[in-house]
Design a protein around this ligand. Structure first.
Ligand SMILES: [Mn+2]
Length: 234
């Protein structure tokens, strides 16, 4: 069987001035029957057009905070480091992917970029702007569930996961504030944050605030999310 080629957004370390990758993103794709390939960090539209044509699926990885300028806000001191090159590259690629109706999975920064690029807004820092007792910034090991999410019925996630409430890991300090009018919620955390979204009428444009790349080996739900992504890219 032909394995789909999956483009993986590069991680960027500004101190070391280097590209890097967490193995879980690559291994989760491999374990689900896809071939992961890390992309270059580039804002060259000609290259990005080619990439959008050549690849079968696209994984939007975690990383720096999205530039609040994407959603028309000033950067507050509580906002973390941004990587404007990734913002520009990923917004442009997402727009091409939507036009082509190819599959994309967003994880952590991925859900934030989807929402910001498509007209939504973010909490620049949850502790300051959405305080709660729920643990969203856990310590290792990261394959543990630290809070629950409600899986909204009649959504792509409820088709993948049969449980109404699932435990998820959580490692983020930002989250969706106002949802993009182009996205629908498919998972809500116990303290009311939108932690899963999808784009209606598209084959597979899904994003999660939690991290299946850390938990797919021990958690069936996490593996099933990867498997359904790869299946959509076949
Ligand atoms: Mn969380």
């Amino acid at each position: 069987m032909k394995k789909p080629l999956i483009a993986v957004m590069p991680l960027y370390d500004s101190e070391k001035v280097s590209y890097w990758m967490l193995p879980g993103y690559m291994k989760g794709i491999e374990a689900s029957g896809g071939v992961p390939v890390m992309l270059p960090l580039t804002t060259d539209n000609e290259i990005l057009d080619m990439i959008s044509q050549k690849f079968d699926g696209f994984l939007f990885t975690g990383g720096q905070d999205a530039d609040p300028g994407l959603y028309g806000e000033e950067k507050l001191t509580c906002c973390g480091e941004v990587c404007k090159e990734r913002d520009i590259m990923e917004k442009y690629l997402l727009e091409r992917i939507i036009e082509l109706d190819k599959p994309a999975l967003g994880i952590c920064r991925g859900i934030q970029i989807f929402n910001a690029a498509l007209g939504g807004t973010l909490y620049q820092d949850l502790n300051k702007q959405h305080p709660s007792d729920t643990e969203h910034h856990m310590s290792p090991p990261y394959n543990r569930a630290v809070h629950s999410v409600f899986v909204c019925s009649d959504t792509p996630l409820s088709e993948i996961i049969s449980d109404e409430i699932i435990g998820v890991n959580s490692y983020h300090h930002q989250a969706i504030k106002e949802l993009s009018p182009k996205l629908e919620a498919m998972a809500i955390s116990e303290d009311g944050l939108i932690e899963g979204v999808y784009m209606p009428d598209k084959k597979f444009i899904l994003a999660l605030q939690w991290h299946p790349e850390f938990s797919f080996r021990s958690d069936t739900n996490s593996l099933e999310i990867f498997r359904n992504f790869i299946k959509a890219a076949c």
